[in-house]
Design a protein around this ligand. Structure first.
Ligand code: FES
Length: 579
């Protein structure tokens, strides 16, 4: 039985519907204009459903009908559903990069909730940036919220081989560049790599961020692992609808769930999952919105003690999210790392995390390993610092060739993606497998929007020689489905004059993951000279959203939120006036 903390007259929506005044008359008459009798909404929680469906969003294709399952649950529990379309942010179609728009969706979500007569919200997302963006908005708004993950798509298939989103695109693209895949086979790979609606089914950013949402306590238990095409996903959607109505009566807000301990749990789970590097940026931003001081050091601490136990590509070598679900999903994984988790934290179920995962089992020890038999003994991510990245950068050691964990090589520098793309195909490019490929002006401001360019292509000349990994360094991000010795998120970024801007071709760069260091072997006097001569690249935007983005975006180590959206920027925004 729900522990009632609110009465109908205390509902937020009652401000719109209950008063005997002209404005409330307008609200009630307009509800009736839509065909709703007072009995359908009077005294009932109004539940927003923020739906990120669109015709340009293949990962959320099923949301067009799945929203009806959410509504069914809301109605069944005595609520009144109100679907509000939100920015869709398709990772594959939206250019130049969805990261340019994560904060725009976060603002969209927050203001949609603030401006409408709603008491709680079901957040429907899953494709990479939609998860953090919706959660950022809901965190700032702080009305009861539950996250409904889109769920991973089915495994890819080509000629009986299992195909993984992203990871196999990069892999077979290199094979094609090496002349080993025919035109026909390439079209067949295109047709087989994304076989159903749902999010990327590798442990990319989508699977990472939905798992994080669950481990923070913002989804129903096990919700993030259910494949989009599984009937269980429909049942979960309906349950989200039922549960959010109870959460409104219980006044169970994100603030009561998103404690520091909850974020520490999320970091631990991210490490055990072999998470996407993007997790760092989004989690820092979300924690700051929740008023929790989480930074790169928290990831570094967890990374040292939590092994990667999810054998899911790209950190793992074989399995995909569908296998992970059959093996016990996230509750199964969390049961294996219980001693690293705070089990007493509250979740959207109204129960603790410990209660939610009690009795969880693992059904396949190869897919979800034990901590004694991990994929990678240390955590998925390592934070490096040094004169090249004073505010830090990130590498995913579990997804790169081990020999690169300690490496010194000469720099080969590119100032932008087009010139890099052209040079990389040059058969006479002066490059060896020991080089460190550098792409700069690809950070939050420089990209703009910090595109996922960090997995720089291996030069064609080396691909033909059989080289498939080398050290790559940038202030960009990389897709969670990517792999290789890619050092990312170099902060501060080169576009604003960070040390990466000072590197020249042939400079020696030393990477030592065990020592967590990255350094440019150039004397400080020479660097000072280069710094004095450095000129900032041309302005990216003269007007519009991009102009605002450039002025307010924070660096990667600070979560790339807009400064004015951070919780500490000013006093909380109040409820809208109704006159
Ligand atoms: Fe949508 Fe990967 S493209 S989750």
């Amino acid at each position: 039985m729900t522990d009632l903390k609110k009465t109908p007259d205390q509902l937020r929506s009652a401000r719109w519907f209950a008063p005997d005044d002209l404005r409330a008359f307008g609200h009630r008459s307009r509800a009736m204009q839509m065909g709703y009798a007072p009995e359908e909404w009077k005294g009932r929680p109004v539940i927003a459903i923020l739906n990120t469906w669109s015709d340009a969003q293949p990962c959320h294709m099923h949301f067009k009908s799945r929203v009806d399952d959410v509504k069914r649950g809301i109605l069944m529990a005595g609520g009144f559903p109100m679907e509000l379309p939100a920015l869709s942010l398709s990772e594959s179609f939206l250019k130049p990069t969805t990261m340019l728009y994560r904060n725009l969706l976060a603002m969209d979500a927050e203001e949609l909730l603030r401006g409408h007569p709603v008491d709680g919200v079901v957040l429907m997302g899953g494709c990479d940036k939609t998860t953090p963006a919706l959660l950022l908005g809901a965190t700032s708004m702080n009305i009861p919220a539950i996250y409904l993950p889109a769920g991973p798509m089915l495994r890819g298939n080509w000629k009986g081989k299992m195909l993984g989103s992203g990871s196999d695109a990069w892999k077979y693209w290199d094979e094609r560049r090496a002349g080993k895949i025919s035109d026909k086979d390439w079209v067949d790979v295109e047709a087989g790599i994304a076989r159903s609606y749902g999010t990327c089914m590798t442990m990319g950013t989508a699977s990472t961020m939905t798992a994080i949402a669950e481990s923070i306590g913002m989804t129903l238990p096990g919700a993030s692992s259910i494949p989009a095409a599984d009937a269980g996903h429909i049942r979960m959607a309906s349950e989200c609808g039922r549960r959010i109505v109870e959460m409104v009566w219980e006044d169970l807000t994100p603030k009561k769930i998103q404690t520091r301990k909850a974020f520490e749990n999320a970091i631990v789970v991210a490490m055990a999952m072999g998470c996407s590097t993007n997790a760092i940026i989004h989690l820092i931003a979300q924690a700051r919105r929740a008023g929790q001081d989480i930074g790169l050091d928290d990831f570094e601490i967890a990374s040292r003690k939590v092994p990667v136990i999810a054998n899911v590509r790209p950190s793992g070598d074989k399995y995909l999210m569908e296998d992970f679900f059959y093996a016990g999903g996230l509750p199964g994984l969390m049961s294996r790392i219980e001693n690293h988790l705070h089990l007493d934290v509250m979740t959207v179920t109204g129960k603790t995390l410990g209660e939610n995962i009690a009795g969880a089992e693992v059904y396949n020890d190869d897919v979800i390993r034990t901590v004694k038999d991990p994929i990678y003994a240390e955590g998925a991510l390592a934070v490096l610092k040094g004169n090249l990245a004073p505010d830090g950068c990130v590498i995913k050691p579990s997804a790169c060739e081990r020999r690169f964990l300690k490496h010194t090589g000469p720099a080969l520098v590119f100032d932008d993606y087009p010139s890099m793309k052209k040079a990389i195909e040059d058969p006479d490019l002066d490059v060896s497998a020991d080089h460190v490929l550098i792409l700069r002006n690809a950070g939050p401001q420089g990209g703009p929007g910090m595109p996922e360019w960090g997995m720089l292509p291996i030069p064609a000349k080396l691909v033909k020689q059989g080289v498939r990994d080398m050290v790559r360094l940038s202030d960009a991000r990389m897709s969670g489905t990517s792999y290789g010795a890619c050092i990312l998120h170099v902060s501060p970024e080169s576009y604003i004059g960070g040390p990466l801007a000072l590197v020249q071709n042939g400079d020696r760069i030393t990477l030592d993951v065990a020592a967590r260091s990255i350094n440019l072997d150039v004397p400080e006097a020479e660097l000072a000279k280069r710094r004095a001569e450095w000129k900032q690249p041309e302005t990216r935007f003269e007007r519009g959203y991009g102009w605002m983005f450039t002025r307010h975006i924070k660096q990667a180590n600070e979560g790339c939120d807009f400064d004015f959206l951070e919780t500490g920027f000013g006093a909380p925004v109040g409820e809208p006036s109704i006159y």
